[in-house]
Design a protein around this ligand. Structure first.
Ligand SMILES: [Zn+2]
Length: 401
């Protein structure tokens, strides 16, 4: 395709093609009427473009029904490309592959001490991705991109890991460029909270919400914020540090240096010790949730208190951003209403009523898979459409230029 003059017939046509592909790429599948609504294009234009994209092999069209009427569902062709997700957790490495029609094809997890060294972690990631691709009979040139999740602050522009006490063996490394060089494909990187938010938005408890906060309570507490369908990172990439909202100025000293941060009332390392004398020192969050489900009063009390404190943070979030949904991730989500009800109580108590009225607080449905699926979603959201359209078989109309 040659250089096009902006405003010319062919560049307008190309722009319309990209709008339709982008809409379908983000949603997974849409009816033609939904594409028209999302893109603002006329029904006739959408119909022509969909036909052209179908002939080029970029999209697939399947019969469906919408509101009792026959409709045509459009998704990107499963053959159009493969996306890969890689998620480094504190104790595991997860890899997933999917296609552009939002179908997850395969996943693998293995234990990994991520703190050991960055190089060791990248070696394992390279091996695991290669194995998964080969065992599914996928050729490498089908991969359009890899999404990479790391459990720490990362600059998504440069790919460099920030100074952190969370991953000392990774500070100053560039896992994005490293993995891109090893695999020979574009790599997109983000932190675990943002990927959890994307995963739940596309496949889990956040489906259909344009504005949501994903809150994960684990060794730390973080939030991924989705505003108008996109991750909000802020210029420094630190948006969503809900764990460091001050709840008590004379509370415990936090790893950030302040006192009484939300994290010091909710993160595992602070709340599990409350149960050490009654339940022994080896208690995990997973086990605490299990015991609470069986009626253990101490575990129930601790979980309820954690919920109340998270709710205070969520109330602040409501007043500032007014999200329509809060998705709770991590092991704590397994406690269901035992933690969700106290969150809602605190929100009702501390948030402005009009900000809290339309808020739904729900558990994540993806569990530990949220981040790796979010890594797939990151590629779908960041990859752009040019590659995809240029890969397609040129038809008369696209060759018009
Ligand atoms: Zn703090």
């Amino acid at each position: 395709m040659g250089v096009e003059t902006p405003g010319s017939q062919s560049s307008l046509h190309r722009a319309n093609l990209e709008r339709v592909v982008r809409a379908v790429r983000m949603a997974g599948s849409l009816t033609q009427a939904e594409i028209a609504r999302t893109t603002g294009l006329s029904a006739a234009t959408v119909s022509n473009i969909v036909r052209e994209l179908k002939e080029g092999g970029t999209v697939e069209v399947t019969p469906t029904s919408s509101g009792g009427r026959r409709a045509r569902s459009v998704s990107l062709s499963g053959d159009a490309g493969i996306v890969v997700g890689v998620d480094f957790g504190h104790t595991h490495l997860r890899v997933a592959i999917g296609n552009l029609a939002h179908k997850v094809l395969d996943e693998k997890t293995e234990p990994l001490d991520v703190d050991a060294s960055a190089a060791q972690g990248m070696d394992r990631a390279e091996v695991l991705v290669s194995r998964l691709i080969e065992s599914n009979g996928i050729s490498r040139h089908k991969i359009v991109g890899v999404g990479l999740g790391v459990p720490g602050p990362i600059d998504v522009e440069t790919g460099v890991l920030g100074s952190t006490s969370i991953l000392p063996g990774w500070v100053g490394t560039n896992p994005r460029d490293d993995l891109a060089a090893r695999l020979g494909v574009p790599v997109y990187v983000d932190n675990d909270a943002n990927l959890g938010a994307l995963g739940e938005l596309v496949w889990g408890g956040g489906r259909g919400a344009a504005d949501l906060a994903y809150i994960k309570v684990a060794s730390g507490v973080g939030a991924g914020l989705v505003i108008s369908g996109r991750i909000y990172r802020g210029p420094g990439g630190t948006a969503g540090e809900i764990g460091h909202i001050t709840l008590d100025e004379s509370g415990p000293v936090c790893r950030c240096g302040n006192r009484g941060c939300l994290e010091t009332f909710t993160a595992a390392r602070y709340v599990l010790p409350l149960l050490h004398s009654s339940h022994g020192p080896k208690l995990t969050v997973e086990r605490m949730v299990e015991l609470a489900g069986e009626g253990d009063p101490g575990c129930r009390r601790v979980i309820a208190d954690v919920g109340r404190h998270i709710g205070s943070g969520v109330a602040n979030l409501c007043n500032l951003l007014n999200p329509s949904r809060v998705v709770l991730g991590g092991d704590l989500a397994g406690a269901g209403e035992l933690v969700l009800a106290p969150i809602r109580d605190s929100v009702a108590r501390y948030a402005i009523p009009s900000a809290a009225r339309q808020l739904a607080v729900v558990p994540g449905t993806l569990g530990g898979r949220a981040e790796v699926l979010g890594a797939l979603a990151l590629v779908l959201s960041e990859m752009g459409d040019s590659t995809l359209l240029d890969r397609a078989q040129p038809t008369d109309a696209t060759a018009l230029a």
